[in-house]
Design a protein around this ligand. Structure first.
Ligand code: SF4
Length: 386
């Protein structure tokens, strides 16, 4: 029986590997690192335009290191998993402080937030180290080619050992970066989770799962633990100019360091009215509950949020405030889901002006309410639809 060979895989990759923007210069660890961080939990189609936009704003690691966190979080808005952006920023500063990227696996692993997968991908693709990062695509290919019966995640050490066989073959030793990208491409385009296209696969001959007709059974996966539920109440406080009050979440935890619509903490039990009101950004206002709920999934939790609204003449001096349309550019996805609960009339500062849909991006920066002597949380006479 033939063995799966790195040479066959690389020949296939040379004929039809994917053209991706981060492959334009695989000698640049900044581009490769950025792409690998963005691609965690996100599809190539979603990452492609965001990767190019991010590079326009932060073209190299020094530019990213120089940028304030507010700019980085703004550029990351909508990509989710915001701890990645915080770590990206911290690691960029560490890279600049040490005078450049580490050039081996251990050095890369020492950077803030760089895990074994990302370190192995950069070490192999940029610096030619003979390591194979295991992502879901590579795990699937290896589990099928060798018909690994053990279920994920317990099978990971065995899959890693099996993947190393390819990097020890001569073709793999000569082209470790291409080998890694070829494995990723095979999993993404041919050896797909459902209905793998075995006919054009370079390993259709030696693949044990195909021989047994069990491609779609593998890899086996252990049953997932039930996802936890979280509940929160957020308070949309709007001033006479149509701007809404925002604040920055504490560092650490879910959406740490990102802007949010002020609200309660997120907890497992739903909030009763009196409990929630204790977290309102202004007391004594006629808070009204908008119909509907906003739902957002984190990696292990499902968050359900309600939105309460009130209006004042002026927001507290120094508060972060912006129009809802503009907030769509600055807020993470979970908060944008809350904005979508606002009836269209609420998004327009003037009743006769047609409102843009929530989340419409604009270029103007966030504003702070600096109106001298602005009263804190004084109710408005007219609520303009709130
Ligand atoms: S032959 Fe089929 S199951 Fe085996 S590696 Fe190729 S695409 Fe995957």
């Amino acid at each position: 029986m033939p063995h799966p060979s790195a040479a066959d895989l690389l020949a296939w990759y040379d004929r039809g590997g994917r053209v991706l923007p981060w492959r334009a210069d695989t000698a640049d660890p900044y581009r490769v690192w950025l792409s690998e961080v963005m691609l965690q939990q996100t599809t190539v189609a979603a990452v492609r335009p965001r990767f190019e936009r991010f590079l326009l704003r932060f073209p190299d690691v020094a530019a990213l290191a120089r940028a304030p966190w507010e700019e980085v979080s703004e550029e990351w808005a909508g990509l989710g998993y915001y701890a990645r952006a915080r770590n990206l920023h911290a690691a960029a500063r560490a890279v600049v402080a040490r005078g450049g990227f580490p050039r081996d696996l251990d050095g890369l692993r020492a950077l803030p937030g760089v895990g074994p997968y990302t370190a192995a991908a950069v070490a192999a693709i940029c610096f030619g180290e003979a390591v194979v990062p295991l992502d879901a695509n590579v795990e699937r290919v290896v589990a099928r080619v060798f018909a690994v019966e053990e279920a994920l995640p317990a099978s990971r050490p065995a899959l890693r050992d099996l993947a190393r066989r390819f990097s020890r073959q001569q073709a793999g030793r000569e082209r470790p970066g291409d080998l890694v990208q070829a494995l990723m491409d095979l999993g993404a385009t041919v050896c797909t989770p459902r209905r793998p296209a075995c006919a054009p696969c370079p390993w259709r001959g030696p693949c044990e799962a195909r021989q047994q007709g069990r491609q779609e059974e593998l890899p086996r996966k252990a049953a997932k633990a039930a996802r936890g539920a979280l509940h929160g109440v957020h308070f949309l406080l709007r001033d006479g100019e149509g701007r809404i009050l925002l604040r920055r979440r504490p560092e650490g935890g879910l959406l740490g360091g990102m802007l949010e619509i002020p609200g309660t903490p997120w907890r497992e039990r739903p909030w009763k009215r009196a409990e929630a009101l204790a977290h309102a950004p202004a007391a004594g206002l006629p808070w009204r509950v908008l119909p509907g709920e906003a739902r957002h999934g984190f990696s292990h939790r499902d968050l359900t949020m309600r939105l309460w609204v009130a209006a004042v003449e002026a927001l507290p001096a120094g508060a972060v405030a912006m129009a809802p349309e503009e907030a769509g550019r600055h807020l993470p996805t979970a908060m944008r889901r809350l904005l979508a609960l606002i009836p269209p009339v609420v998004t327009s500062p003037h009743p006769n002006t047609s409102a843009s849909p929530p989340g419409t991006p604009t270029r103007s920066p966030p504003t702070r309410n600096t109106k001298p002597g602005a009263p804190n949380a004084r109710p408005r006479k007219s609520h303009q639809g709130l």
